[in-house]
Write a new protein. Structure first.
Length: 244
């Protein structure tokens, strides 16, 4: 069981009232290593100094955009990045994911929901008992398919013999498919499994992460043969791609 007091959270926002509110709620929920920054420059300095596990990142900052520093933050470990944004259009959300974000929440927001999303994220990283009969495999935690292999213990994706960088939640989503090849999952089920908020996200979150998986494992991401869409139902990892 993860000790919440060990989780380092960086809050990057130039509105003191938001920072104070989040700190108060998160501290009450059991998080004690809380850090704050109000500019892009401060955020990068903070990330280099404390290497946060989670970053709550405002998109609009005085000296630039949170989107622009998202990839730079990942140079300091592999933090889970949740955007705090007043921008709620699909284009803004898609851009945030494209720049390396893992999740987003629009302002004004309930700080308890932010805390719930963080806790759900932590639960997703903890070992769990399988909910159904997972794919039989000769080596525990290693899932082999025609073009790629996923090593759960190492957090590693190998495509045609080469390691491929994979952001944490993209990896978690792919891992879920690997455990249950041939099973169709709806967007709501996938959101609940990976983000853990009982489907309280939107379709674009799942769709962007599906696209990012396909960009890594498919020969032609625009014409997927491994991670396929089942019209009207959801997505599945083709069982025939699994190595016997």
């Amino acid at each position: 069981m993860t000790n919440l007091s060990d989780i380092k959270i960086a809050i990057v926002d130039d509105e003191p009232s938001i920072v104070t509110m989040l700190q108060m709620v998160l501290r009450r929920e059991g998080f004690h290593q809380l850090y704050a920054a109000s500019t892009c420059a401060e955020a990068l300095e903070l990330a280099a100094r404390v290497v946060p596990d989670i970053v709550l990142l405002d998109i609009m900052l005085p000296d630039g955009s949170g989107l622009e520093i998202c990839s730079k933050l990942r140079e300091f470990g592999n933090p889970h990045i949740l955007f705090l944004t007043a921008k709620a259009s699909d284009l803004d959300v898609l851009r945030g994911f494209a720049m390396g974000g893992d999740d987003y929440i629009t302002k004004p927001f309930n700080p308890l929901e932010v805390a719930a999303r963080i806790q759900a994220r932590i639960r997703r990283l903890e070992p769990e008992a399988p909910a159904a009969s997972p794919a039989k495999r000769p080596e525990p935690g290693i899932y082999r398919f025609s073009r790629f292999t996923v090593n759960e213990a190492e957090g590693e994706l190998i495509v045609e013999g080469q390691p491929v960088p994979c952001p944490a939640q993209v990896f978690q989503l792919l891992l879920h498919f690997c455990k249950f090849p041939g099973i169709v999952f709806s967007k709501t089920q996938l959101y609940d499994k990976v983000w853990g908020i009982n489907g309280q996200g939107d379709d674009s979150t799942v769709m962007v992460h599906i696209r990012r998986i396909r960009e890594r494992i498919e020969i032609d991401p625009g014409n997927p043969k491994l991670l396929v869409t089942v019209r009207g139902l959801g997505y599945k990892l083709a069982k025939e791609s699994q190595e016997r």
